[in-house]
Write a protein that binds this ligand. Structure first.
Ligand SMILES: C[S@@+](CC[C@H](N)C(=O)[O-])C[C@H]1O[C@@H](n2cnc3c(N)ncnc32)[C@H](O)[C@@H]1O
Length: 410
């Protein structure tokens, strides 16, 4: 039976489908991100080769970002299969459907219903389930994840995003104020008006005003403001809490995205502290990294029902794929001997081998590692496969820590 909170959540997404999207924008750009880029899924969950036909469920599909991205990627690759959008919100469905129509995508099935009843609503046998920004809005996230695990094939995997507790400091103080000053029984438009007045009136000492890492209330329009600060049911997870959630459904973390964000070594400079952190088990390192970083507003991870590993560069037949496509541009950036990334203002620098620019310049999404090695051997006859592989391994690890490179089996 629907509770008052269920009714408030339904009214919220009916008034403000999230995120706010205009179907006309599909003509200008494709929104891409983690989890659920097709090549990323292939790398992290399927050892570089997707099953075909490929069946994906987007649970809590909202206004359609992951659904549209996945369906478009599948269409671009002519990969047979379907993407099933499942959500409670008819208003969100209207937006997602209009986006699919604008792109002429015919590989999406839209189903209105609760992910808690996923099996009854959409059947089972999915290779992949996306659940981005939804579990933390359920009364029982464990039951939600268990319901998704139940529709997954044994060989399948999930891409999940939940909010990060430390990075969202201030959000829950503001939500608690909103519950009193703009009660959930009010219509959403009234709550929004009160919420906006309240936010404008907060002193600069409020943690939300001091937290530069959450921005949806500033950049996300009414839908973003409401979703961040006026949600009727929303919780956030520390890394250990997220791991416990996964474990409750019999799932293991294949990888956090980006991996470096969950590695204390990406932040610490003191060699003794670094060594102490590196001696911890991997999930304890991830928990520590979250505490050190302070800015992880969300946790994105790939999960599987077994101890699966991402594809590794151990075979000359593998094709390396650069997330951002442009080998020459990335090669130029590597000439300094390191790859530098900025996340929420924090600089993460990872050294790369001398050969990295020459290798990366040759990555075009089609050439295999063996072909790249052979090309490089023209300039240096001593560069046999074992030598190439050793140097490539280090380059790969550095880029992979920032989720900039994946592998695919032709
Ligand atoms: C914050 S939005 C996220 C939308 C989308 N996944 C994204 O990342 O853009 C949360 C969505 O979850 C949906 N939702 C909430 N509870 C649900 C449930 N039990 N079953 C299916 N969808 C649900 C809401 O209707 C809403 O569209």
């Amino acid at each position: 039976m629907a509770t008052d909170t269920d009714i408030a959540v339904a009214a919220h997404y009916a008034a403000y489908p999230y995120p706010a999207r205009n179907p006309a924008d599909e003509a200008k750009r494709l929104i891409e991100g983690s989890p659920s880029r097709l090549a990323e899924i292939e790398h992290y969950l399927f050892d570089g080769r997707l099953p075909e036909p490929f069946r994906a469920l987007v649970a809590g599909g909202g206004s359609g970002d992951a659904t549209i991205m996945l369906a478009q990627h599948m269409a671009d690759r002519k990969l047979a299969g379907e993407v099933v959008w499942l959500d409670l919100s008819p208003a969100a469905r209207a937006v997602a459907e209009a986006r699919a129509a604008a792109r002429g995508l015919t590989n999406i099935r839209f189903v209105e219903g609760s992910l808690l009843d996923a099996e009854a609503a959409v059947g089972g046998g999915f290779d992949y389930v996306d659940c981005c920004g939804v579990l933390h809005h359920l009364a029982a996230p464990e039951a939600g994840l268990a319901a998704l695990r139940a529709v997954l094939k044994a060989t399948g995997g999930l891409g999940v995003m939940v909010y990060g507790a430390i990075g969202r400091r201030g959000v829950y103080d503001m939500q608690a104020l909103g519950d009193v000053l703009a009660p959930q029984s009010l219509p959403p438009a009234e709550r929004l008006a009160v919420g906006r007045r309240l936010f404008a009136d907060l002193p600069p000492s409020h943690w939300l005003k001091r937290n530069p890492f959450v921005r949806d209330h500033l950049d996300g329009g009414d839908a973003g403001f409401y979703d961040l600060l006026l949600h009727a049911r929303d919780r956030a997870y520390t890394v250990p809490e997220f791991v416990a959630l996964a474990t409750s459904a019999g799932l293991e973390i294949v990888s956090f995205i980006e991996p470096a964000l969950y590695d204390p070594a990406a932040y610490l400079r003191d060699p003794k502290l670094k060594a102490k952190a590196a001696a911890l088990p991997p999930l304890a390192q991830a928990a520590m990294a979250e505490q050190i970083a302070g800015m992880l507003t969300k946790h994105v991870a790939y999960l599987a029902p077994d101890a699966r590993r991402p594809a590794a560069p151990d075979d000359p037949g593998l094709i390396p794929i650069l997330r951002d496509g442009d080998g020459p541009a990335l090669a130029g950036a590597l000439r300094s001997g390191r790859i530098v990334a900025k996340h929420m203002g924090v600089e993460i620098a990872i050294p790369v081998p001398k050969l990295a620019p020459a290798m990366v310049r040759r990555i075009d999404g089609e050439r295999t590692l063996g072909e790249i090695a052979e090309d490089l051997r023209q300039a240096d006859a001593a560069l046999n496969w074992p030598k190439f592989q050793a140097a490539f391994q280090d380059t790969f690890q550095a880029l992979h820590r920032l989720n900039l490179i994946w592998l695919r089996r032709p």
